[in-house]
Design a protein around this ligand. Sequence first.
Ligand SMILES: [Cu+2]
Length: 457
Amino acid sequence: MPRPLSPASPPAPFRPDRRSLLAGLAAAAISPALPALAAPRILVARPATLALRAPKDTPVLAFDGAVPGPLLRLRRGETLPLRFENRTDQPLSLHWSGMRIDNRHDGVAGLTQPAVAPGGAIEFGLTPPDPGLFVYRPAVPGKTGDLVARGLAGLAVVEEADPPPVDADLVLGVSDWLLDDAGRIATPPLAVLNGGRLGNVLTVEGRPRAAEAVLPRRARVRLRLANLAPARVMTLRISGAKAYVAAVDGHPTDVFEPLHSAFPLGPGNRIELFLAMPAEAGAEVVLSARVGNGFEIVRLRTSEALSAIAELPLAPLPTNDRLPAEIKLQSALRTNFTIEGGPRPGLPEPLPWHVNGSPGTLARDRYLFNVGRGRPVVMTIANRTALPQTVHVHGHAFRVLHALDDGWDPYWLDTVTVPDGKTVRIAFVADNPGRWLIASAVHDRMDQGLYGWFEVK
Ligand SMILES: [Cu+2]
């Protein structure tokens, strides 16, 4: 995620009127409520097929046979009982990327729990502490890139208690598929995987074309977007409407920033936008990714009708008071995450990935650092490679510190991109006990050693 775009003055605060309150109540009424003693939500990973390229469907792996997996809607602080069944021939796990959940359910095979064997199942309760948009997928070091590239990824929305009223809440997962000539998922050689696989078919919600919707004139739209690609960074642009960034990586931003022509979204990154549809009927708003000649992600069109909430200003999301109000940097543990390896000019083969001088390992005595619960951590991520590196921290949300002082960017992240040859410092409070992965968000690089882990005691 880059530095913030030029800051804009935040829009006027949202003052709910009776109409919007009624709209909110109506929305609450149609949200599924969990019974007190709910049967578990069953999630099954199994083979399926997907129409990616005519004439033949592509064999994939999918949660509940759907790509992306079924959209899970949860409520902050409420426990969703889950049963995960593995009906594939691969060992799997279920990681909830971005959720600051109990370490026992973080789903990193070999670190937080054993992999679920083919034919096996696990049951657990998932209690998300923060609202936002999250990704679920396997995290099996050595295998994750292949599993995600075959289709195993889905989205979870954790609802706010009082979401701003909107005419439409669109949740979209964008994926990138590498197909061979026969239309099957390709298996690239290791030297290609070292950098991460880039696909040749992009999809939105599993279809190789833009999502479309017709909305009232002046409609208020919440657009939630996740990059589910195994390796591709997508640069977004919007035309036809003014869009505001409301949240990145699930957490509300301090300041609303206009989405100018472009915004990069790395693998695993999520972004939430608010936009106001034009006042004319038949007007179009297009969000696209700068890939090739441009790939349309969503195309929205206005109808003759007028939004009932057209007069409401675009409002920021409620702030998340579970995130620390401050991070005491002067008492922080200082630590490093130095990345080396990969392709180098003049070398025929890429070098193996190293973090702090060696490839990642889950061996119990080989942690990057351990830290007492509640202590601040400042980590210097040094990218001594020829590629941008997107680094993902489990179980915590962090701030990106400014280069010259201890100020920070006005949002929380769990995934940050460090340009090649550059260094970025991040700060977080180590408030979630357990063993947590720090890994390349380009899963193929993690599979080849670009990771480490830390322990909070
Ligand atoms: Cu994650």
